[in-house]
Write a protein that binds this ligand. Structure first.
Ligand SMILES: Nc1nc2c(ncn2[C@@H]2O[C@H](COP(=O)(O)OP(=O)(O)OP(=O)(O)O)[C@@H](O)[C@H]2O)c(=O)[nH]1
Ligand SMILES: [Mg+2]
Length: 201
């Protein structure tokens, strides 16, 4: 006799799926992070950086960079059998800002990636999520050759609220990137609990 899954005592788990955005300035490692953790082949929308774009696409610090995201990155990671994250990496360049409202629809939370050599590049992303009350954390992608700063110094430089987590990470490293994503989910849950309207009695 053939038993269905549920008849063997363990009901199939329907996982909760959550949408997380990976944002930040140009060339900060968003595509790299999504690629490092995704268990499906990440969808990328990369275009070659061209000679014509040179004046606007500042690759200082990421000289090895030849492509840029023009629409989004998409990936998926199963954190637990009942919890799956869908990752949406945003394009980093200012001229693709029009994509953001579409991408942030229904997002539980966001990672703002930052590079300490160009911290100002993530101001716009920080602003964006603060204004829309989308919970986010800052992931400092520690490039070799960049000065290391304690999380507190970065919090001050970005003028972040006390409750916004700042994590140091390596976007190329799966475990490190996963920790950042777990941090976002955790933070979004805490944020939700703190900001939920009081239940009327
Ligand atoms: N050394 C080092 N290089 C990194 C790290 N993360 C990303 N890179 C490199 O930095 C460059 C930029 O990475 P991307 O992941 O394309 O950055 P992005 O934020 O998606 O860029 P845009 O989509 O153009 O905004 C690539 O050449 C990566 O190989 C890191 O942690 N350390
Ligand atoms: Mg990218």
């Amino acid at each position: 006799m053939i038993f269905g899954r549920s008849e063997r005592g363990k009901p199939p788990v329907e996982p909760v799926t959550l949408k997380i955005l990976v944002a930040g300035g140009f060339g900060v490692g968003k595509t790299t992070l999504v690629g490092a953790v995704s268990e499906i082949r990440p969808l990328r929308t990369e275009e070659l950086l061209t000679e014509a774009g040179r004046p606007v696409d500042d690759t200082t610090g990421v000289e090895g960079k030849h492509t840029t995201t023009v629409a989004m990155d998409f990936g998926r990671i199963t954190l637990r059998e009942d919890l799956v994250l869908y990752l949406f990496g945003t394009p980093g360049q200012d001229r693709f800002w029009f994509m953001w409202d579409e991408l942030s629809e229904g997002a539980l939370g966001a990672v703002v990636l930052a590079d300490t050599r160009r911290l100002e590049d993530c101001f716009a992303a920080v602003d964006y999520f603060e204004r829309r009350a989308i919970p986010f954390l800052v992931g400092v992608n520690c490039f070799e050759g960049a000065d290391r700063y304690p999380a507190e110094a970065i919090r001050q430089a970005l003028d972040l609220d006390e409750d916004v987590p700042v994590l140091l990470c390596d976007a190329r490293d799966r475990e490190s990137a996963k920790e950042v994503l777990i941090g976002v989910v955790q933070h979004a849950m805490d944020y939700g609990a703190d900001h939920r309207p009081a239940v009327a009695t």
